[in-house]
Design a protein around this ligand. Structure first.
Ligand code: WTA
Length: 649
């Protein structure tokens, strides 16, 4: 084990937060026994989770069949995912328990119990069957965040059809590409959904996509927006009509543990989107286990709220499958965080007395920008645990979340994982792990992760590449229709290891720190500097809410660091001050050459900063593919500014 020079280690964070005595008193895991058990034998560990957390129709004969890079878990076992999420809770007498407190953006609400959800799922399963959907078919889902989205997913699972959810904010073209790749037979959508006080016409976008999707035989339309839609006779059906005439009983049929549960497309930086494949038994085990222990779930007391959309993997694993398998009570919210005002999220936390809140760093930095007055308007004392996912969380954003949302009493679980991993891989266990702001800490029990250098040798301290060392039950089973691409993308860079594409470092205490995508690492005078560390240094300036840095070609230093900075509402700062601040925090080598101030940063629709576009802007190139950008006007504004800017020292 050696120190690596793959990526420099610059930022040092000293603050530590051990779990409080009061949190420890009622936590599920306060000691190291899960870690100890899993490190003895990870397969037996996962097998125990599978038998405790999942109900099987037939037991498996082999825990894991590993034919690198293809794995099968719980081989020979059968189960039904929808039975696990619904029937068994109702059979256990919990039918009246709330599954979802739904809050629409306009303020309408619905309470959905487990038995209501089961009734609806059975009816909709029969409706899908009546449209000719059978086991093994693919069904596309293009929906707003409403309970019917979960119903649609669970109904597919119940009858063995694989769903492919496409985020409702994606364009017609993106939808058509994904439908065609999966050759889906049915599309489930809605007339429209509410966003920022207006109805967005989903069915209209779907209709555009449907002009080039020959595999689609039927369309199901949920009435939500109330907007006018055109319905094609023989092809399009209203959801409520199908439900009204559906047979109410649809027994859950046992499925093979390796039956395809869903496809979910990730765009990546290049090439066509990849249909990530997940199957039933291993995936459900992984998400139920991590949802229970990472969120320290007490299902009869907690009100859990994950703010993701079902269009992303977080919505699949930690709104639909994990929480429902564990019988949790959740909040589901349809709209944007600033409608009708910037305190909407906090008013919902107060209203439903949310105890566990799971969101993304991009959202936290936005709340920072809006100011501490917003959360201060509400009683957030019900919260006991906070979570973060999607990007590295800057230490100062972590501190803000801890103080202003968590009242300095809630642990924060910073959870690292990917669409491909299916469930959480690296995260604290909140009652057992001493936290450091900005660190995802350690692999969860059952997961093997190592940081390696360029030659694939494990690093014990310093920066390198994050790899996973052995199979895990929720791992992707491949890329739909392209096994070679699966091998090339994830298993070719380091022999025998899964390479996630992320940089990471280990500190002196063995804590893991995520450093962002390795494609974004900057090379300044031969130093390999992570974007995350420079951004975190900028965000630690009191005036800065959010920052993105990129390396732009530079005749002297190879690359020079260009920073794009968004200030906290009402604050001001000057460029020189920020450059000096970075030099002071992490060293002169990381000092940005130029700092641009901007009211917003270009982000993907799931909220990740698109550094590739900023690099294009910084180097004066034409923009490449901008189709995954949430708001294209942000970049054109920055381009204008770059063209006008005088060149710096
Ligand atoms: C990033 C989202 C740092 C990372 C579940 C990963 C994170 C990609 C974290 C996957 C985290 C996610 N800290 N980075 N806690 N969580 N990422 O597929 O770069 O949408 O590879 O899955 O998000 O994004 P995806």
């Amino acid at each position: 084990m050696a120190e690596s020079d793959a990526i420099d280690d610059l930022l040092i964070e000293q603050r530590k937060f051990p779990p409080s005595e009061s949190f420890k008193k009622r936590t599920l895991v306060a000691g190291t026994h899960l870690y100890d058990e899993a490190s003895e034998d990870y397969e037996s560990f996962w097998a125990r989770q599978a038998s405790e957390l999942v109900t099987w129709n037939t037991p498996w004969h082999t825990v894991c069949e590993w034919d690198l890079p293809f794995s099968k878990w719980f081989v020979g076992g059968t189960l039904n995912v929808s039975y696990n999420c619904l029937d068994r809770h109702v059979l256990a007498g919990k039918g009246d328990k709330v599954a979802f407190h739904f809050e629409g953006e306009p303020g309408d609400t619905r309470t959905v119990t487990y038995s209501q959800l089961l009734d609806e799922v059975q009816k909709f399963s029969n409706a899908l069957k009546s449209l000719g959907v059978t086991k093994g078919d693919r069904v596309n889902i293009y929906m707003p965040m409403i309970p019917e989205a979960a119903v649609a997913m669970l109904a597919c699972a119940r009858i063995g059809a694989a769903h492919s959810v496409v985020f409702g904010g994606f364009s017609s073209q993106a939808l058509a590409d994904r439908i065609n790749d999966a050759e889906a037979k049915v599309l489930i959508t809605a007339d429209g959904g509410w966003r920022r006080g207006e109805v967005f016409p989903l069915k209209q976008y779907a209709d555009e996509a449907l002009q080039s999707t020959p595999s689609i035989e039927h369309v199901v339309v949920v009435k939500r927006g109330g907007n006018d839609v055109s319905m094609t006779a023989g092809r399009d059906n209203w959801y409520h009509d199908l439900i009204a005439k559906a047979d109410p009983v649809c027994p859950a049929e046992p499925m093979d543990a390796e039956q395809l549960l869903f496809l979910l497309y990730t765009s990546g930086t290049t090439g066509k989107p990849k249909g990530i494949m997940h199957t039933t038994g291993g995936y459900l085990t992984h998400v139920a286990y991590t949802h229970k222990y990472v969120f320290d779930l007490h299902p009869d007391e907690d009100v859990y709220w994950c703010t993701a959309d079902v269009g992303w993997v977080t919505g699949h694993s930690y709104i639909v499958y994990g929480p429902l398998a564990n019988g949790a009570t959740q909040v589901m919210y349809e709209g944007v965080p600033n409608f009708p005002a910037n305190d909407r999220i906090w008013s919902i936390v107060e209203k439903y007395k949310v105890t566990i809140f799971y969101t993304a760093p991009t959202a936290i930095r936005t709340y920072m920008k809006w100011g501490v007055e917003e959360p201060a308007k509400h009683d957030l004392s019900s919260l006991r645990l906070l979570g973060s996912v999607g990007e590295p969380i800057n230490p100062e954003a972590w501190m803000w979340y801890h103080e202003h949302i968590g009242g300095s009493r809630c642990p924060i679980v910073d959870t690292w994982w990917q669409t491909e991993t299916g469930g959480i891989m690296i995260s604290p266990l909140p009652g057992a792990t001493t936290l450091k702001p900005g660190s995802a800490t350690f692999p969860v029990p059952g997961v093997g992760a190592e940081v390696v250098d360029d030659s694939g040798k494990a690093v014990s301290r310093g920066g390198g590449y994050l790899t996973l060392t052995h199979p895990w039950p929720g791992m992707l089973r491949g890329i739909w229709g392209d096994p070679q691409r699966y091998k090339d993308t994830y298993w070719s860079r380091f022999e025998g290891r899964y390479f996630a594409g992320d940089g990471a470092k280990l500190d002196d205490d063995g804590y893991l720190w995520l450093l962002g995508r390795v494609d974004d690492v900057m090379n300044v005078s031969g130093h390999r500097i992570s974007t995350t560390e420079v951004e975190s240094a900028l965000v630690s300036h009191p005036a800065v809410a959010e920052a993105a840095v990129v390396g732009a070609n530079d005749a002297t230093t190879g690359q020079a660091i260009i920073a794009y900075v968004t200030l906290v509402g009402g604050a001001s700062a000057d460029e020189q001050d920020l450059r000096n601040h970075v030099a002071k925090e992490i060293g002169a080598i990381a000092k940005p050459k130029t700092v641009y101030f901007t009211p917003d940063l270009p982000k993907t629709r799931s909220g990740k900063i698109m550094r590739r576009l900023l690099r294009d802007v910084a180097e004066g190139r034409n923009l490449g593919d901008t189709t995954t950008l949430a708001d294209a006007s942000v970049v054109s504004e920055l381009q204008k500014r770059a063209a006008e800017a005088p060149s710096e020292d």
